[in-house]
Write a protein that binds this ligand. Structure first.
Ligand SMILES: *Cc1c(COP(=O)(O)O)cnc(C)c1O
Length: 470
């Protein structure tokens, strides 16, 4: 039963491929967001007591039907959402191959090709960020949260060689780290689980553009030093999750250097700007970062999850993660290679890099450059259409995420009602957020297939929703 007969196998592959193809073809005609009804889903699932084996085609059909009906369709061109992609064809093919061949990315010797593909990609992308590909290291991870967690562990290890063995208590003073009030909240989680505690995260205020305020940062560092704390890491963001704002990276790099802080740049989404010549200068300062987070499952549109962590300290990941054991394969001993599990939080691991490799091989840098440029232009179009429609733009970024309010009705509840009305219509997916302490409606061009038609339709839906409420 675990391995189906050949005839049945072929039928299942065909069913699955057909389902994926139908989804690709028809998702744009479907409503973007589902009506949320947990009882309806549980009612269907409670019929599965797994006592009787099920016919495989029926099982697949059940899943496909329910995926259609019960998820936000992030590949929909009217999904203006949270950096979730419309997955590339080659990315879907890659993940399918990975499931079939199932390479084990813990030890190099178990999947030398996969391990080398990932290191080749790490070096290729590291060059885009201004790193020397011959003198850097990195690892694929589940996503940006794991990459940020990796950054914190690397920073703590770089500061204190005893950290790995003796923990957060082995520092000469309590370690603290700095992020802006607009930074991603994965740093709080990382601080919790690393043992330094979330109170060690100093939240630095932002300027009127919502970028980290260097003067406030400098003051916070001085105060902590005076109070007997040990500053260890500064994390700047290149493209905040809420508003797409880029911190002043060169200034942050200088401050980090002056105080011997590990400088990390969280470029989970915005890092893709590195692939477009006219956007590339936005990331100046990345080259001085000790480490960088980048998520290929965001703007590179590969299926989830595909985070990448980069560092220009080739020894730090091994120092952070190596533990001695006797059972891992030793076949590659003596070869100049890296066992991925010794450079990563993960142990057994799937071949995350293949979806990036096949997508990039087929699109080329030029394909990505065009997609990112197109999305940036659609962001501009959305901004001006909203302005013309009487909405007020609340964020200042060249990247395609637009935060706005309804002048005269700026309270959170009013904006929430407008968003609910749009979601109820099924015509688009947008969300509310709080940026710089103010409630806004947020719309991001996350999908390379989003065009002028969808942008105009979104602005029309918003207009209709607002009119219905007034
Ligand atoms: C999305 C995001 C993260 C978290 O990444 P995941 O892939 O969801 O784990 C971290 N930082 C920023 C700036 C992000 O936008």
């Amino acid at each position: 039963m675990l391995r189906l007969e050949r005839k049945e196998r072929i039928r299942i592959w065909e069913n699955v491929v057909q389902a994926i193809e139908d989804y690709n073809e028809r998702v744009a005609e479907h409503r973007v967001a589902p009506q949320l009804d947990p009882d309806a889903i549980r009612g269907r699932l409670c019929r599965f007591d797994f006592q009787e084996p099920m016919e495989p085609g029926q099982a697949v059909d059940f899943v496909v039907e329910n995926l259609w009906n019960h998820q936000v369709h992030t590949p929909h061109p009217s999904y203006f959402g949270l950096f979730n992609p419309n997955p590339t064809t080659m990315g879907i093919a890659a993940d399918t191959l990975v499931a079939g061949f199932n390479p084990q990315l813990a030890a190099w010797s178990h999947s030398p090709f996969a391990a080398e593909v990932e290191m080749h990609l790490v070096r290729s992308f590291a060059s885009c960020f201004g790193y020397d590909p011959a003198a850097c290291d990195g690892t694929f991870c589940s996503g940006g949260a794991e990459a940020n967690h990796t950054a914190l562990l690397a920073a703590l290890t770089a500061h204190n060689a005893d950290f790995g063995e003796h923990g957060a208590g082995s520092f000469s003073a309590p370690p603290v780290i700095y992020v802006s009030s607009e930074a991603h909240h994965s740093f709080l989680k990382a601080a919790r689980v690393s043992g330094i505690g979330s109170r060690a995260v100093r939240v630095v205020s932002v300027d009127e553009r919502l970028a980290m305020n260097p003067a406030a940062l400098e003051k916070a560092i001085q105060k902590d030093i005076g109070d007997g704390y040990l500053p260890v890491m500064l994390a700047g963001t290149a493209g905040t999750t809420g508003a797409g704002v880029i911190d002043p990276l060169p200034e942050l790099a200088s401050i980090a250097q002056a105080h011997n802080l590990w400088f990390h740049v969280d470029a989970a989404w915005g890092g893709a700007a590195a692939l477009v010549p006219e956007l590339r200068p936005l990331l100046d300062g990345c080259d001085q970062a000790d480490s960088i987070t980048f998520d290929a499952h965001k703007w590179l549109s590969v299926p989830m999850g595909a985070g990448i962590f980069f560092t220009r300290h080739p020894d730090v990941l091994l120092r952070t993660f190596q533990v001695i054991n006797t059972y891992m394969p030793k076949d590659a001993r003596g070869l100049p290679v890296i066992d991925p599990y010794s450079h990563s939080l993960q142990w057994s691991r799937r071949f995350i890099g293949l979806k990036v490799f096949l997508s990039l091989a087929v699109a080329g840098w030029v394909g990505y450059e065009e997609a990112i440029r197109h999305q940036t232009a659609m962001g501009e179009l959305l901004r001006s259409a909203l302005r013309n429609g009487g909405w007020q733009i609340m964020n200042d970024t060249p990247l395609p995420v637009v935060c706005f309010t309804d002048p005269g009705g700026e309270d959170a509840a009013h904006l929430e009602r407008i968003v609910s009305e749009v979601l109820r219509s099924g015509e688009a997916w947008i969300s509310t957020a709080t940026i710089g302490g103010k409630p806004v409606i947020r719309a991001c061009i996350t999908n390379y297939a989003t065009g002028e038609r969808e942008v105009e339709a979104l602005v029309a839906s918003l207009k209709k929703a607002r009119a219905e409420l007034n």
